[in-house]
Design a binder for this molecule. Structure first.
Ligand SMILES: *Cc1c(COP(=O)(O)O)cnc(C)c1O
Length: 451
């Protein structure tokens, strides 16, 4: 009998609701605080439309996915669940390894799961334009894709160094009609202030956020859009785990461990939360492993504290695992894992013992990615490769204990725009970065004082 390796849902099995884990948590997630007053606050209405502000706070267990959003999802969803049999054989492991492949979306990652939802609600609210920031370009391209489908303009501030180094993500955004500006720019006060002090500034995510937020705050027809961290973003990503649960049932197995890489925490949460529901409500004994970079180790080495999300202190402050908002990580190739903080819900789950974080240096990460590509064929984004490293380590550990272990991980995106990173790896030019203890100690001095 041939072994089944792909578990595919039909279009009409596409889930009808997102899962809101806030309904089932046995503890409270500390509220957002206003950056100036320190009082509990909602997301600011000048930046976000009402539907998303409500989704940020709702305690309803399931939130219906609007039909126009499901219709767009059907362009690539349900995504495949694949058993990595060839990788299992190469590793000579008794573990069963499954991955949920999010690289089949048009922009190539999980990010359009929320971009499409955010574009839909904003369009419904009469918004004409969405602004955002992007580093390597994955989030910018997801939002450009989504805005185009709903007939909205998309304005992306792209970190200047990436704008010049990664032209193809920019061209992708422009193909979907987005307006992409290298940041810092002359278009905003925030950008002009930086350029005045440092005309040669290559930009940073924090500066680009400040530019995108300023434009939304000063234009009535424009809102801001964030690709990770916030509760509503994690909510939209749960479509991944809801599909994966059905597919694991088709495979006749349940995961012992669920793994994802973590930048802001959204793809990890998206896969993990529906399985965590089983643990919270039925006592299922499943573990959750979050893989980050040693160059930006907010979960393994950060503190759990209130911190700013942006350098200009415009956004609400959140209690989260953080390295300090002034911390600037080394230039690792996994640009999506370079955020100083972590989603408040993921951080709280970590601090309550539900999530085990692990951190990897980039050479071992690329080694894992190449092993995976040669076994299973798919070339991973450098971010995803962190999850693959954790999977391989779990599979090898299973060999030692000799027990059966079912591993499920989120393959958050393909690496087709990251071949320069692979090239550097093959040329022996990649370096590992030690934990930057001194820089983190400095950055933690800039945490806001909250009573
Ligand atoms: C952006 C990105 C990530 C990191 O973001 P999360 O919010 O933690 O998911 C991971 N993988 C890919 C492919 C990405 O594009």
């Amino acid at each position: 009998m041939t072994e089944q390796i792909r578990f595919q849902l039909s279009e009409d099995q596409l889930p009808k609701a997102w899962y809101n884990i806030l309904a089932d948590l046995p503890f409270e997630v500390p509220p957002l605080l206003h950056p100036a007053t320190g009082e509990p606050t909602r997301l600011p209405p000048p930046l976000f439309c009402d539907a998303l502000i409500e989704q940020e706070e709702t305690r309803e267990r399931y939130v219906a996915i609007p039909e126009p959003v499901r219709e767009v999802y059907r362009l690539w969803r349900p995504t495949p669940l694949v058993r990595a049999r060839r990788l299992e054989r190469i590793l000579d492991t008794p573990a069963h390894i499954y991955y949920k492949y999010e690289g089949v979306s048009p922009p190539g990652s999980h990010k359009p799961n929320t971009a499409v939802a955010q574009a839909f609600y904003s369009k419904e609210a009469g918004v004409k334009r969405l602004t955002t920031e992007t580093g390597a370009g994955q989030w910018g391209s997801a939002l450009a894709f989504a805005c185009n489908l709903f007939g909205m303009t998309c304005k992306v501030y792209m970190v200047k160094i990436s704008y010049h180094q990664k032209p193809y993500r920019r061209v992708m955004m422009e193909t979907w009609g987005a307006d992409v500006t290298p940041s810092p720019s002359q278009e905003t006060q925030a950008g002009r202030a930086i350029l005045e002090k440092d005309p040669g500034s290559l930009g940073s995510l924090g500066i680009a956020i400040s530019e995108a937020v300023e434009v939304a705050a000063t234009h009535d027809d424009t809102k801001y859009s964030l690709g990770s961290v916030l509760n509503h973003v994690l909510l939209h990503q749960t479509i991944i785990g809801e599909e994966a649960r059905l597919q694991m049932e088709m495979a006749g197995e349940a995961p012992d461990v669920v793994i994802g890489c973590v930048g802001g925490g959204s793809n990890f949460a998206g896969l993990a939360f529906p399985f965590l529901r089983d643990r919270l409500t039925n006592g299922a004994s499943v573990r959750f492993v979050a893989a980050e970079s040693t160059a930006c180790p907010s979960m393994t080495r950060g503190v759990y504290a209130y911190d700013y999300g942006d350098t200009a202190h415009l956004a609400p402050i959140a209690k989260m695992d953080t390295l300090g908002h002034t911390f600037v990580p080394a230039g690792i190739h996994a640009g999506g894992l370079r955020y100083h903080g972590m989603a408040p819900i993921v951080s709280a789950l970590h601090r309550h013992g539900y999530i085990e974080p692990v951190a990897f240096p980039q050479l071992r990460v690329f080694e894992a990615a190449v092993l995976f590509a040669r076994a299973e064929g798919i070339i991973a984004a450098p971010e995803t490769a962190h999850a693959i490293r954790a999977v391989i380590d779990e599979a090898i550990a299973a060999r030692e204990v000799g027990g059966r272990r079912v591993i499920l991980f989120n393959f958050s995106g393909h690496g087709h725009f990251d071949m320069a990173a692979y090239e550097s790896y093959f040329a022996g030019e990649l370096e590992d970065y030690e934990y930057p203890a001194e820089k983190v100690r400095e950055a933690l001095k800039d945490l806001p004082r909250v009573s």
